[in-house]
Write a protein that binds this ligand. Structure first.
Ligand code: LLP
Length: 425
């Protein structure tokens, strides 16, 4: 795996998370569950931090990727800031001990209540996405007698060449303000007493496996910085978003590394003397997490075998939602030389979309065996639901030879008691 190490390796044929056997976690916690590696989280954070060395910078982890407070605290203690997109994420980051001055607030639909919460609790900056939002932010700040620090998110109209559902930098997307209107929008912002305009923000998409779209977008940002400075705006901070992709398939061509990305940032923007922020999510958390599941049945269909797992689309939605590929590996390796089997890998949820992989060639497994989905740390647990009244599955964090349940599985009783039956029934 080279530089992008993860710490989920086989020892004598058994899969480990750092120094803990996965089978031991399964025995104690039950399946399915998510497990994260502290060493992998920290390593990937540090790769970004090192990639920007020499520039005044802050790596703001996009906590939407994996937002358990134990993960946030791990990264925050290493120096990370956070990129949040809701009042809930803001509160969660604060609860995990992240100071307000290391939190940036992104998102197209921040409400006045969310804005007030962040202004009261402390915020590094708002990444503003529209004029109506600017008005609300201005009014809220003025009413509180403060000035809100803002960067304005510009839509550079760049094709990120990624899955359509996660591309954000084209003019047809809902994100940001068209770069062609930047000068008038900055002039408007400068006229608002409640705002302190400090910079520019861009984020063009997620799971980018080529640096070219970043290069095009950042070059536009560089040009615009000079233009806006010429108009009298103090542009001192550039938020460059997240988006660097990870290798999902072990055999595919690896995407560029954080060091390549850092070199690109320095090349395109380094001369401007700005403070640089980045918002990586997937690259920090993706390969730092596995989803572990048990085989319930192997069912022979007309022309194929179905591997029926106890995990389902409600636990990991990415294959159903984005046709995403996740490596699925046995927790105990078969004897060397065992021929592979081919399965459609599915969950127990009652719809055909509950399919993790079709015609997947993998080592043969049997009911009761454990399998692990690799690269499931980002956009896994956070996108899960209780569809089919399946409880949200536990999350476990490993550090060397220790592990802790960082979110326990709810009981059926807890789930059921959340509903209220009206008195007329
Ligand atoms: N900053 C902003 C403003 C974002 O919208 C995102 C992701 C990020 C940073 C982090 O991007 P990353 O470094 O993780 O690529 N659920 C999808 C991914 C959605 C990404 C949304 N925004 C998936 O499972 O592939």
């Amino acid at each position: 795996m080279g530089v992008l190490l993860d710490h989920f390796l086989y020892r004598d044929g058994a899969l480990f998370a750092e120094d803990v056997p996965i089978a031991e976690i399964a025995r104690q916690v039950g399946t399915p569950f998510y497990v994260y590696s502290t060493a992998t989280l920290l390593r990937h954070y540090q790769l970004f931090d090192e990639a920007l060395e020499g520039l005044d910078h802050l790596v703001c982890y996009a906590m939407k990727a994996a937002s358990n407070q134990a993960i946030l605290a791990t990264l925050a203690q290493a120096g990370a800031g956070m990129d949040v997109v809701s009042g809930g994420e803001y509160q969660r980051a604060r609860a995990a001990g992240v100071p307000g001055e290391r939190i940036v607030f992104s998102g197209v639909g921040k409400t006045a209540a969310e804005i007030r919460m962040a202004l009261e609790g402390g915020i590094r900056q708002f990444n503003v996405e529209s004029e109506p939002e600017m008005e609300v932010l201005n009014a809220t700040a003025l009413a509180m007698g403060v000035r809100a620090p803002v960067t304005i998110r510009l839509n550079p109209d760049v094709d990120a060449k990624t899955h359509a559902k996660i591309a954000t930098g084209k003019s047809e997307n809902k994100f940001g303000i068209p770069i062609s209107r930047a000068r008038e929008v900055y002039a408007l912002a400068a006229s608002m007493e409640g705002l302190e305009v400090i910079g520019i923000d861009v984020h063009i998409g997620s799971q980018l496996t080529d640096l070219t779209p970043f290069e095009v977008a950042y070059s536009k940002v560089a040009e615009l910085t000079e233009v806006l400075r010429g108009d009298g705006h103090e542009i001192r901070r550039l938020d460059l978003g997240g988006g660097l992709g990870i290798p999902y398939a072990r055999d595919n061509q690896a995407p560029p590394l954080p060091s390549d990305y850092g070199a690109l940032v320095k090349r395109t923007l380094g001369h401007l003397g700005c403070e640089i922020e980045i918002e990586p999510g997937r690259l920090i958390a993706g390969n730092a997490g596995l989803l572990v599941s048990e085989v319930i049945y192997v069912k022979s269909g007309e022309d194929r075998d179905f591997l029926i797992l106890d995990a389902a689309m409600n636990d990991l939605i990415r294959p159903a939602m984005y046709e995403a590929y996740h490596d699925i590996v046995p927790v105990i390796e078969p004897a060397p030389g065992t021929p592979p089997a081919t399965y459609d890998v599915v969950g127990p949820v009652c719809e055909s979309g509950d399919t993790f992989a079709k015609g997947r060639e993998m080592p043969p497994v049997a009911p009761g065996d454990l399998v692990a989905f690799r690269s499931a740390g980002a956009y896994g647990a956070v996108m899960s639901s209780e569809y089919n009244s399946r409880p949200l599955i536990p999350e476990v964090l490993v550090k060397e030879d220790q592990f802790a349940v960082i979110r326990r599985r709810p009981t059926f009783d807890e789930m059921i008691k959340r509903d209220t039956i009206p008195q007329w029934l």
